[in-house]
Design a protein around this ligand. Structure first.
Ligand code: ZN
Length: 178
């Protein structure tokens, strides 16, 4: 099947090469046959594959169609810069990255709170961690000047950022605030 036919079969309206390329690389997770392409695009935080999850399935422990990893893990997931960049660009649910490092005391204090916030927001947002000691180039790429810094992505771009350690309730409130 050509990419063009595949794109049409998957419900893509247009059949341009770029669009076809995008859609043939999206796993569609369907609860049952007949569900259309109305779900949310989510990047697998383990393998980077784009998945599309029907909104009503977000709370039903959806898994990546390629590697089987949980797409809504309900905990903070350590990611590398490549996965973060892809998820920040394509995800259709809020994505929040905590830039941290093992030598940073406030980062370590905040870590369990960030994890609990991920649990509290399990159906509405995904929280990830990026180790700036392992990936200093990522800290520079995102212009991180101090850690911990949380960066929230929405609609393919940075929506806001916040530096300094926060507790669970503050983190949840900050992520939910528009
Ligand atoms: Zn995967």
């Amino acid at each position: 099947m050509s990419p063009c036919e595949l794109a049409k079969r998957n419900g893509a309206g247009a059949c341009g090469a770029a669009r076809a390329h995008l859609y043939q690389n999206v796993n569609v997770i369907q609860a049952e046959k007949g569900i259309g392409m109305t779900g949310k695009k989510l990047t697998c935080l383990a393998c980077g594959q784009l998945n599309r999850v029907p909104a009503e399935r977000l709370g039903a422990a959806p898994k990546c169609g390629t590697c089987g990893a949980a797409l809504m893990p309900g905990k903070a997931i350590e990611v590398d810069p490549g996965i973060l960049a892809k998820a920040a660009r394509h995800d259709e649910l809020p994505l929040v990255a905590d830039f941290w490092a093992p030598w940073c005391g406030p980062c370590k204090m905040m870590a369990p709170h960030f994890g609990k916030a991920a649990q509290a927001l399990a159906r509405e947002a995904r929280l990830v961690k990026l180790n700036t000691e392992d990936h200093p180039e990522a800290g520079a790429a995102y212009n991180i000047r101090g850690i911990p810094t949380m960066v929230a992505f929405s609609g393919g771009r940075e929506a806001k950022r916040q530096s300094g350690a926060m507790q669970e309730a503050q983190i949840v409130g900050w992520i939910r605030a528009r």
